[in-house]
Design a protein around this ligand. Sequence first.
Ligand code: MRU
Length: 378
Amino acid sequence: MNIDGKAWRTIWLEEGGRSVGVIDQTLLPHRFETRSLVSLEQVAEAISTMVVRGAPLIGVAGAYGLMLALQQDPADAALAAAFERLNATRPTAVNLRWALERVRHRVASLQEAERADAAKVEAGAIAEEDVAMCEAIGDHGLRLFQELAAARPAQRQNRPLNVLTHCNAGWLATVDWGTALAPIYKAHRCGMAIHVWVDETRPRNQGASLTAFELGREGVPHTVIVDNAGGHLMQHGEVDAVIVGTDRTTRSGDVCNKIGTYLKALAAHDNGVPFYVALPSSTIDWSLDDGVAEIPIEARSAREVTHIQGRRDGDASDAAAGGLASVQLSPDGSAGFNPAFDVTPARLVTALITERGVAAASEAGLKELFEDPRRADH
Ligand code: MRU
């Protein structure tokens, strides 16, 4: 997608694959910097600290992390240790385990000398497939938006389609296009009038920082709102649809996404607003049925709740530091708790938008599109 007219992806190979380039998402939107990751440890650190984040992107980053590890040591023991190290970085997004398993499966039966190159090919394929899946999600979601826009009452036909999103499920969360934002980009590019309500998404503010950054650079009209405003806007007819991503989807259609997603689904249900979840099939965990009971929820540092990062007011020109500062919100001594994700039960999900089309949020719905769900490819 575009930043100041230049097309970017979120991850790329450098020096023939000896190094992996990424955009440092902890500095956006105030500073745009890239980083070169040259070791397993640097990739693991980049995933844990959210230099790279978003379920599909951490899957691809993990796959490249295995490639870097195998360049250093292609033996079985090193492969197993690298797999465990990367897989432990973030527990909720299943794409990470899925991508690591794919690379491990690809290299396990090879001679040690062939493994790093094979991992590079497999990780590259995962990245390319992610782009294709996200673009297809965009096409299917666009058709849904067109139907929604056309079905609105006559008095609402002459205003933009108002879509609310939570967190960042845009191109920064994937390799390109995004999941929930892909249909929005497609709609905007084909001239449809669309406006996005962007939940700020406390505590890390991926909406206010990353989604707003992306939409702004692509020229999509948007407004940042506090997380608590969504229900109010829905009650007043200001939201035509909600669309979010997911880090793990059970076979029954429960979706696990950024903390606060569940509350938006409840408000949407209460107000008759359709609630869509966009996902590549790499996000489906066919081994799980009950998302609330079975999906591991990452608990991050309480400091992300008690403190907040931003640009110092009036300090946009502080080039050296980018004007970035962290400030404390709560009193010394107050405890904080920071569950990073929550589960929205399938009954609150209007439909799942996948690369193969739109499905009911149910096992039957998913199986209609993915007949042989447990196969390694999709
Ligand atoms: O903690 P993050 O920023 O990695 O969380 C990201 C999300 O919750 C996204 O909505 C999810 O990964 C789906 S992205 C395409």
